[in-house]
Write a protein that binds this ligand. Structure first.
Ligand code: 9MJ
Length: 698
């Protein structure tokens, strides 16, 4: 390669920097990449090579400088010219009403106040200073007046722009926001730490703080950190829009990442409604939040309201109730699950966590108990996260009483006495009793009846427990033999509930192949796998007859799942149960398949964008089963773009390129072309689940 002329190299480097920054923004800030990763890597490598050849071309805002500078001796202290404020808290609806009333009184407003609402991130407050659009300093909040410069560390965070995009930014712009670690990243780095024999971080907030306070930026660079921006400190040589939400929109235009949850709400009623809705969705977010922040949206009104000591009068944090409490671990019992797995469960001295009394918490497995050094009698911290089973976070070693006992897993099943065997992974212990074990039987039946399986309404856990205990039911097939008289003899079964249950059992017989497969409770066959198997093979017979290899042709079936399937169908006991279920009248419409070698969408490439009414994974699977390729970014080579609600830049790009765009009905038409429509089903006399036609009496 000939060395480029200096001028040409400078131009190329500048172009590459802009191009990489633009893609960085689309990938990390908008979460909507324009090009494949390989293409991005190629651009970055070209810039690295160019800078290696011409070191003079390296600028502090070059994307190559994110990998982490040399270690520091310590962090410089910096002074915040505009103090970094904290927030007043509200712990109840009444306190929120009090806040709103104070705001209205101060503003002498008869009208409802317009508030901006957004999640309260549980991370670290950070200030980013941009001069002429270039990031020159990043600092922690510290005590609000003095913080520490963590510039080199923050530079490694991909969602923090090293240079602002677009135009119109003030000459000096200090942006404030929260740096946090996404939950998925937190799990990953903790797993890696454990593999190395280290302890890992207690929670994502500590992990983010620890990562940001690294003296070696190269370590920070390897930590999955992200940032949401929510405010402005110092500002000169430019201006902001007149409201909070519009100024946040401006920040976003300049390449800064802002919360997608930001909404405008009216009055305190709007605030309380937002709070409740977000609280419900809290567990589905990929980051920890500890409440909601409400801010008076008008910046003019904010100025009138001003500050008290260190908090603005125009904002409040409505905090979620505490989710961790301390209690005593009284005993450890062992539960036997549907597949025989033994799970140690902590019996706790009852404690109220976030308004709910907690008496049990899962301990997962023996390894976890050992790792956390949990002993019977310890004082422990219990966490309840939404409707998830409560967890023992850790013990409080300082409070350990002298008489604690070390727990050991049993070598025989605590329910049926069968031998306990260890899974190949060496972590999970299992009862070898199979359906001989009443616990496994009970769990298998609960699963069979559950909403996403056969959906037998009214057959709750307590009822299943009674049925199994009284030996009225020992397999799912026995459920369909239950009669009015038997059911009426059970606790809490009046005439009406008995009648309803019989009806529900009857209704449940009409199902789908995918649901039925899932309901059987075959190990590792979840809903998605069951759906994939049903779509791929079309009939129960075909799945039963498929060997290990044929099964692995299904998208998410590997050797382990294939082995479980073959083992399941080989068991005479299972064959008998299947036969009885079909005999009882369980049926589904035939899944009419294209011949396996006919893949009508072979070679076609699809991109899914926007919110669709089914999980993307399901749509993707359906498309893949017809031979299509599903990719993440739109290009000239894309054949179809499936656009759901609120589709954004991918849809725009598809329109620009003149690609074929499908809405959901359009996609359904494509997927449900004539050859794939569910065909009608015939009556038949004999259960023939191994026969030619499974479409049964309906
Ligand atoms: C957090 N922690 O998410 C503020 N915050 O505004 C949001 N914090 C804040 N805003 C002014 N979303 C001071 C602090």
């Amino acid at each position: 390669m000939t060395a480029r002329g200096d001028g040409e190299a400078r131009l190329r480097a500048a172009w590459l920097r802009d191009e990489i920054s633009r893609h960085n923004y689309h990938y990390y800030v908008l979460d909507d990449p324009l090009i494949p990763d390989s293409e991005y890597d190629r651009l970055l490598r070209e810039l690295q090579a160019l800078e290696a050849e011409h070191p003079k071309l390296i600028t502090p805002d070059s994307p190559t400088q994110r990998v982490g500078a040399s270690p520091l001796d310590g962090f410089d202290e910096i002074q915040h010219r505009v103090p970094m404020l904290s927030l007043e808290n509200a712990f109840s609806d009444e306190e929120m009403e009090g806040f709103d009333q104070r705001v209205r009184e101060r503003l002498e407003s008869e009208q409802e106040i317009v508030y901006a609402a957004e999640p309260k991130m549980d991370g670290l407050a950070i200030s980013l200073r941009y001069e002429k659009g270039v990031l020159v300093q990043a600092a922690t909040r510290g005590d609000g007046t003095r913080g520490e410069a963590v510039t080199q560390n923050v530079r490694t965070i991909p969602s923090v722009p090293l240079r602002l995009l677009a135009d119109g930014w003030p000459e000096i712009l200090e942006v404030r926001g929260e740096i946090y670690m996404p939950l998925s990243g937190f799990e990953r780095i903790n797993q890696q730490a454990r593999k190395r024999g280290e302890k890992g971080f207690a929670n994502p907030r500590n992990a983010a703080a620890g990562s940001l306070r690294q003296l070696d930026p190269r370590i920070t660079a390897q930590r999955p950190l992200a940032m949401f921006c929510y405010g402005v400190g110092e500002l000169s040589g430019g201006d902001l829009a007149p409201s909070y939400h519009e100024s946040v929109r401006q920040l976003s235009r300049w390449g800064l990442r802002v919360s997608p949850e930001l909404r405008i709400v009216n009055g305190v009623a709007g605030c309380l409604d937002y709070y409740r809705r977000l609280a419900e969705r809290r567990e589905h977010l990929d980051y920890d939040i500890d409440g909601v922040v409400f801010k008076v949206d008008s910046l003019a009104q904010q100025r009138v309201l001003g500050f008290v000591s260190r908090a603005p009068r125009w904002a409040v944090a409505r905090k979620f109730p505490a989710q961790e409490e301390i209690t005593r671990l009284l005993e450890i019992d062992v539960q036997v699950g549907r597949t025989g797995a033994l799970t140690p469960v902590a019996r706790l001295k009852p404690v109220t966590v976030a308004g709910v009394t907690v008496t049990n918490a899962t301990l997962h497995n023996a390894e976890e108990i050992q790792r956390k050094d949990i002993r019977i009698g310890d004082w422990v911290i219990v966490r309840r996260a939404g409707d998830v089973i409560p967890q023992v976070v850790r013990v409080i070693p300082d409070r350990r009483p002298p008489d604690t006992r070390i727990f050991q897993m049993p070598d025989s099943c605590p329910v049926c006495g069968s031998e306990v065997i260890q899974d190949a992974d060496g972590v999970v212990l299992r009862c070898s009793g199979g359906l001989y074990c009443p616990a496994q039987r009970r769990e298998a039946i609960k699963h069979f009846a559950s909403r996403r399986a056969m959906d037998i309404e009214g057959l709750g856990d307590k009822l299943v427990e009674q049925l199994v205990k009284r030996q009225l039911v020992s397999s799912p097939a026995d459920l369909y033999q239950l009669d009015q008289e038997t059911l009426a003899g059970l606790e809490r079964m009046g005439e009406k509930s008995t009648h309803n249950l019989i009806q529900a059992l009857q209704r449940s017989k009409s199902t789908t192949l995918a649901r039925f497969l899932f309901a059987l409770g075959i190990r590792e066959v979840g809903e998605a796998t069951a759906q994939a198997l049903a779509t791929h093979f079309g009939t129960l017979k075909a799945i039963h007859q498929a060997g290990i290899e044929a099964l692995q042709e299904v998208s998410d079936v590997g050797p382990v799942v294939a082995e479980h399937l073959v083992t399941f169908f080989r068991q005479p006991h299972n064959q008998e149960v299947l036969e009885k279920l079909l005999e009882a009248g369980v049926h589904w419409p035939a899944v009419a398949m294209p011949a396996v070698d006919r893949q009508p969408l072979k070679g076609k490439s699809f991109v899914l964008t926007g919110t669709l009414s089914q999980p993307r994974s399901q749509i993707k699977e359906a498309l893949q089963s017809l031979g299509a390729k599903v990719t993440g970014s739109v290009s000239k080579k894309t054949d179809y773009v499936v656009a759901g609600v609120d589709a954004g830049s991918k849809l725009e790009k598809a329109e620009r390129l003149g690609l074929e765009i499908l809405d959901e009905p359009g996609l359904e038409r494509l997927l449900g072309g004539d050859e794939r429509k569910n065909v009608g089903h015939k009556n038949r006399a004999r259960p023939t689940w191994l026969g030619d036609d499974e479409s049964t009496q309906a």
